[in-house]
Design a protein around this ligand. Structure first.
Ligand code: G1P
Length: 271
């Protein structure tokens, strides 16, 4: 059973400057709702009951957002606005499920995951990257189904343009399981188009086993001087841990870049 999810939120969001100079990118509105709420809703709908947020001192406003129930309560006391009551109930529901851990130095996704080690109680857990929104179909739910069936780790995948592979982690595919799923034989973080073994990119949904922590502890810095989760996954695959790639069918929105962020509001408003 996958009951725990982790979400790295300590990133600086430089691609969204100036919007992120004082504001957390994950709280920026996407069609009238903070981006992070889409991610939380996906987790809850997939059956997750504990969500671990990895934040930094600079991103404390994220904690404040989810701990602001007293403010809502005081508003409701004087004015029984049904919309505010709904928002209040929603915040309370989220607050019950969220735990916070800190990553104060932006050393990479791998380092962020390592910070959650002592909180992970199950053998497998879900990780979602908040820049990657997947709408219309719950990707986490579909991946959990696959995990149950194959008892393997699962990662989301999408085909990208060949000249754009250096923006993503890229998979090597060993065999097809069916139309939407394949066995992963290797993964490389942001390869050049020459190095890239395919144009199947890693998208930010991962079902990982607790064993990843052993590998992360020993993980050396990779591309850009960061500790990448992709590099530890690569070592796990070399050590015969099974990983499945899932070509999700929902609509992908890249909220981490300015162009993608703007587009995401337009796209979601059309759904
Ligand atoms: C991260 C991962 C990368 C993956 C991408 C998906 O990169 O390191 O492997 O393809 O997320 O969004 P980032 O977006 O943090 O540069």
């Amino acid at each position: 059973m996958i009951k725990q999810a982790i979400i790295p939120l300590a990133g600086l969001g430089t691609r969204l400057l100036p919007l992120t100079s004082v504001f957390a990118k994950e709280l920026l509105p996407i069609n009238g709702k903070p981006g992070i709420e889409y991610i939380i809703d996906e987790c809850i709908d997939a059956g997750v009951n504990e969500i671990i947020f990895i934040i930094s001192k600079k991103k404390r406003m994220i904690k404040k957002y989810f701990y602001n129930d007293k403010f809502y309560k005081s508003l409701i006391k004087n004015k029984k606005d049904p919309r505010i009551i709904r928002e209040y109930k929603k915040i309370l529901k989220y607050k019950k499920k969220i735990k916070f851990v800190y990553q104060n130095k932006p050393l990479g996704t791998g380092d962020a995951v390592l910070k959650t080690k002592k909180f992970i109680t199950n053998n497998y857990f879900l990780m979602l990257l908040p820049d990657d929104l997947i709408m219309k179909k719950n990707c986490s739910k579909d991946m959990i189904k696959l995990h149950k069936k194959y008892k393997a780790s699962v990662m989301a995948s999408m085909t990208v343009k060949k000249n754009n592979v250096n923006r993503w982690g890229i998979y090597s595919l060993s065999k097809k399981i069916d139309k939407n799923n394949f066995v992963i034989s290797d993964v490389i973080e942001k390869p050049s188009s020459k190095e890239a073994p395919s144009n199947n990119a890693v998208i930010g949904r991962y079902i990982l086993s607790k064993h990843i922590f052993k590998f992360l502890k020993k993980q050396k810095k990779g591309k850009g001087g960061e500790i990448h989760i992709t590099d530890s996954i690569k070592t796990m695959i070399e050590n015969k841990f099974p990983f499945i790639g899932h070509k999700f069918s929902g609509k992908y929105l890249d909220c981490g870049s300015m162009k993608g962020y703007i587009k995401s509001t337009i796209e979601i408003s059309k759904l």
